[in-house]
Design a protein around this ligand. Structure first.
Ligand SMILES: [Zn+2]
Length: 279
């Protein structure tokens, strides 16, 4: 690809499953979440987004794609919308919960698997993804006109989506889980690093990525530092173990399947130019 004829496509990892893709003009966020509700609040406690931290961390956002309605993907979205004016896209449950949480209906877009959307400068294709079963957080339908969710378990998942995003011709597949149908090729594959090895072999063959970026690998429950400079370090021992021991092994495995595929282990909130890395 000729670099001179293309704009920069920037990638930022926001911690947990959060991502920003920025094309120099518009910002597309996926699952922004910095509150990190601690594990002992996951059952009966009332959960609240950390507004002060969200205000500090999110200064921009035009569009938000939500992969599914679990708390670590959706809790912060209404506050990010309030802060940035972004519009949100997600499943029926996601839309019903956002409405219950007071988000203006003009900012909520209900989407389904199989749709191809024009989201500002970005083209987005929506695919069904398989989410592993989480005990006590099983899927179900959130009723229409539901009350605002108060506990983590009320952030109930119905569908789970993967997104193929085209930004200035660059294809970025944000894969939230295993899917049966054949996957489209993409230059960048953003993926959970904890599946079985055979799954990655197949993904690499089908997607033919030039770059793989592991996502949603850190422990999403410890409170992070309020200081962004301190946030650049893993927030706890489990995340540190993943960062310094497991992810290099993941990277090695990918190289074994295809030595030409690059693996980026991003620092949170650091901006990477995807074209610069790939070409
Ligand atoms: Zn989930």
């Amino acid at each position: 690809m000729d670099n001179q004829n293309h704009i920069q496509v920037k990638y930022r990892w926001l911690g947990v499953a959060g991502i920003e893709i920025h094309d120099g003009g518009q910002s597309l966020l996926i699952d922004p979440y910095v509150t990190r509700v601690p594990w002992h609040h996951m059952f009966f406690w009332h959960v609240q987004p950390d507004r002060r931290l969200i205000n500090k961390m999110f200064s921009r956002g035009d569009y938000i794609l939500v992969t599914h309605a679990h708390i670590d993907h959706l809790l912060d979205v209404p506050t990010v919308i309030e802060q940035t004016g972004a519009s949100a896209y997600g499943s029926q449950n996601t839309c019903r919960l956002l409405k219950a949480l007071g988000v203006n209906e003009s900012k909520i877009h209900c989407i389904e698997s199989g749709e191809h959307l024009k989201v500002g400068n970005f083209d987005v294709s929506v695919f069904n993804a398989w989410h592993f079963p989480v005990p006590f957080f099983l899927p179900g339908t959130v009723p229409e006109n539901t009350k605002p969710p108060r506990t983590a378990r009320q952030y109930r998942m119905d569908a789970c989506f993967s997104y193929l995003i085209k930004a200035d011709g660059m294809r970025i597949l944000v894969d939230s889980g295993k899917r049966e149908p054949r996957i489209l090729p993409a230059e960048v594959l953003v993926i959970h690093p904890l599946y079985v090895a055979a799954g990655y072999r197949r993904l690499i063959e089908e997607v033919q990525p030039k770059l793989i970026i592991p996502n949603h690998w850190d422990n999403f429950m410890p409170t992070i530092s309020k200081e962004i400079n301190k946030f650049s370090n893993p927030p706890d021992w489990l995340s540190a173990l993943m960062r310094w021991w497991f992810l290099p092994l993941f990277s090695k495995m990918i190289k074994k399947f295809n030595p030409n595929v690059k693996v980026l282990i991003p620092q949170p909130f650091h901006e990477y130019d995807l074209r610069e890395i790939i070409e």
